[in-house]
Design a protein around this ligand. Sequence first.
Ligand SMILES: Nc1ncnc2c1ncn2[C@@H]1O[C@H](COP(=O)(O)OP(=O)(O)OP(=O)(O)O)[C@@H](O)[C@H]1O
Ligand SMILES: [Mg+2]
Length: 247
Amino acid sequence: MTILTLRGVGKRFGGLPAVDDVSFEVARGQVFAIIGPNGAGKSTLLRMISGLTTPSTSEGIWFEGTDLTGQRPHRIRHLGVGTVLQTPRVFSSMTVLENAALGGIFGSARRRAQTEARASAMEQLALLDLADKASWDVDALNLHHKRLLDLARALAGRPRLLLLDEVMAGLNPAELESFIAVIRRVRDELGITVVWVEHVMKAINALADHVFVMDFGRELAAGIPAVVMRDARVVEAYLGRGAVRDA
Ligand SMILES: Nc1ncnc2c1ncn2[C@@H]1O[C@H](COP(=O)(O)OP(=O)(O)OP(=O)(O)O)[C@@H](O)[C@H]1O
Ligand SMILES: [Mg+2]
């Protein structure tokens, strides 16, 4: 069953197309990876789904049948779409639990009572192995744990679709393994669909059910990872321009 459909989605910056006539469908329960060289338009595409960037053209961005085109980010979040970007958004001078609870209070349509939000946040922290740090000052967390906390906050809003942009960039090998396991749990145990922009090929190969490759704002190739990664056009787009950041 399809949870997200894009048709004819595009974005121009100063007349130059960053995303050009992109269409795809995401099946419920999938990890749908979007890859491509630097500047291919991946983040712009993701930001259009989350409402952070307004499309220049769109026949539709349908989430469970509702067109998200032109809707504001908080409305899209309330409809059930969570977003985690490369730079973690954490509120300083608050504890880890207080940060996570903000997702439950502001992330969903129904404003939950503080206590309910905290209980829900505690559940998400446990799922992400952050429960032992619940009372820590958020500024004491490293990048890996800040990303996990941002994810916990997105999950506290109970999304059915999660948008991730390069959440594995800059992690060491052990942190990478742990983050891969977390995304797998999000898909398999919580049943959340994941649309994920990433450069870390090891993680893509370990997790992606479907890969959508972009180059110059357009679709270059799409399909299962084993086939797409061997596509001559994909190899050329990466290796030909030396754009792979990770082995
Ligand atoms: N706010 C903006 N204003 C002007 N140009 C922009 C803006 N955001 C992105 N662009 C341009 O749009 C194109 C696509 O950028 P985008 O960030 O979507 O690429 P990306 O695939 O995410 O790249 P990377 O892998 O480096 O993150 C680039 O040429 C970029 O310079
Ligand atoms: Mg990007």
